[in-house]
Design a protein around this ligand. Structure first.
Ligand code: SAM
Length: 398
């Protein structure tokens, strides 16, 4: 079955979104199509037969109700398959408004339309805060001695050994200063000292990042102490002239905090807000556009469509005890970031590599990698994870 997805057409003066479905001869010959077209319509949608194609036209739809209505075609297996695939296609269209429980696909944002948007954008300018940068445009190769290595040491010192502009993507999650029990790092220091150290490592990250490279920081603010680390970090990068590309909400669905926590119960005196998600802040050096050495993408169309919608539902890592690390992120998070923001063959760096989730996934996805962590114990485990089912890479200590 072939589909065309969601172009807007006009029928009797009304606009509709249209999904076109190629029909096989078997389905065309079934007598069920007229019944489908007569019974499965509504003021907001209808089917239309167009030669060997079935068109589904819709302005607004109650998807739950539509799903129930297609159940009566369950015995017509081929047609039913088409209808369930149609629902997947409708669900993939993310631009709609909600009105009276229906998804509204046409003119749902009419009231918000800005006239002369392009002119206004040109006049205002984009990312004004990043225009003062003086980043060099010439990129360098990563020296072979660092390629595919797990390096044990303080990132601030290790990164100084790398040339400028040699990394395509940095994906990392720094310690959050929550007071976790790390093997070789004090996670409860004065905030000023925390940010001084963090920013001296981030300064090195900016230097080694290629022009057009990206840095993606996974961070969870310390809500209980009212410290918005994600905003403080974002301001740092913007002040340094990086472009804030956007923010991904990593929804973990871990509702494990009491209702009152540090606030009040059923009273506006001091309600405490609860969060079950973390943030991924994304920055670009010099340009939003990234040129890789290979420019080979391994994203499927479904992955692309799903992942550019910037709220990712991913369960937290379940193997922290097994690896003896208190703050790992899950492989799926690294997989999405690496595939969405780097090409096959690119160099991926994690300067807080822990037990090596980023480097393991980067290797599996045929990226080159550099992983740095201050703990020898974690680095040892990161190497074990790299070698699982594959040959062990060399590693160096600094
Ligand atoms: C949040 S954890 C990262 C976990 C990692 N994403 C994973 O999945 O295993 C932060 C890591 O930063 C490391 N670290 C702290 N200070 C460091 C420094 N100055 N240089 C390098 N690594 C450091 C800690 O040892 C810890 O493993």
């Amino acid at each position: 079955m072939g589909y065309s997805n969601g172009e807007i057409v006009e029928v009797k003066g009304n606009k509709y979104k249209r999904i076109l479905i190629d029909l096989t001869k078997e389905v065309l010959e079934e007598d069920i199509l007229p019944i489908l077209m007569n019974s499965l319509n509504d003021s907001g949608y209808f089917f239309n037969l167009n030669g060997d194609k079935l068109a589904f036209l819709f302005r607004e739809i109650d998807l739950g109700n539509f799903k129930e209505r297609i159940e009566k075609f369950k015995n017509f297996k081929k047609l039913y398959k088409i209808l369930t695939e149609l629902i997947t296609k409708i669900e993939a269209i993310k631009s709609y408004g909600i009105k009276d429980g229906k998804r509204v696909y046409i003119d749902y944002d009419g009231e918000r339309k800005v006239k002369g948007r392009r002119d206004k954008e040109n006049h205002r300018g984009k990312f004004f805060y990043a225009l003062h940068h003086k980043f060099k445009k010439d990129n360098n190769k990563l020296p072979a001695e660092f390629e595919n290595k797990i390096i044990c040491g303080d990132s601030e010192k290790v990164l100084k050994k790398l040339p400028d502009n040699c990394i395509d993507l940095i994906f990392t999650s720094p310690p959050y200063n929550f007071g976790l029990e790390y093997e070789n790092h004090n996670d409860a220091i004065e905030w000023e000292n925390y940010f001084t150290k963090l920013f001296s490592i981030f300064d090195e990250c900016i230097r080694v990042l290629k022009y057009g490279g990206r840095i993606v920081i996974n961070v969870q603010p310390l809500f209980s102490d009212y410290i918005p680390i994600h905003h403080i970090i974002s301001k740092f990068f913007m002040d340094k002239g990086l472009i804030w590309k956007g923010e991904i909400i990593w929804e973990k669905h871990n509702y494990n905090c009491k209702y009152t926590a540090w606030g009040s119960w059923k009273s506006p005196s001091n309600p405490y807000l609860k969060y079950s998600w973390e943030f991924l802040e994304i920055f670009c050096k010099g340009s939003l556009k990234h040129e890789g050495e290979t420019n080979v993408s391994d994203l499927t169309s479904d992955e692309f469509k799903e992942w550019v919608y910037a709220k990712w539902d991913i369960a937290p890592e379940r193997n922290m005890e097994k690896w003896g690390h208190p703050a790992m992120f899950p492989e799926e998070l690294a997989r999405r970031v690496i595939k969405l923001f780097s090409f096959v063959g690119d160099v991926v760096l994690d300067p807080f590599n822990g037990v090596g989730t980023t480097t393991k996934v980067a290797k599996e996805l045929k990226r080159r990698f550099v992983g740095i962590d201050i703990s020898p114990e974690y680095c040892k485990k990161a190497k074990i994870r790299l070698s699982q089912g594959l040959s062990l890479f060399d590693s160096d200590s600094y």
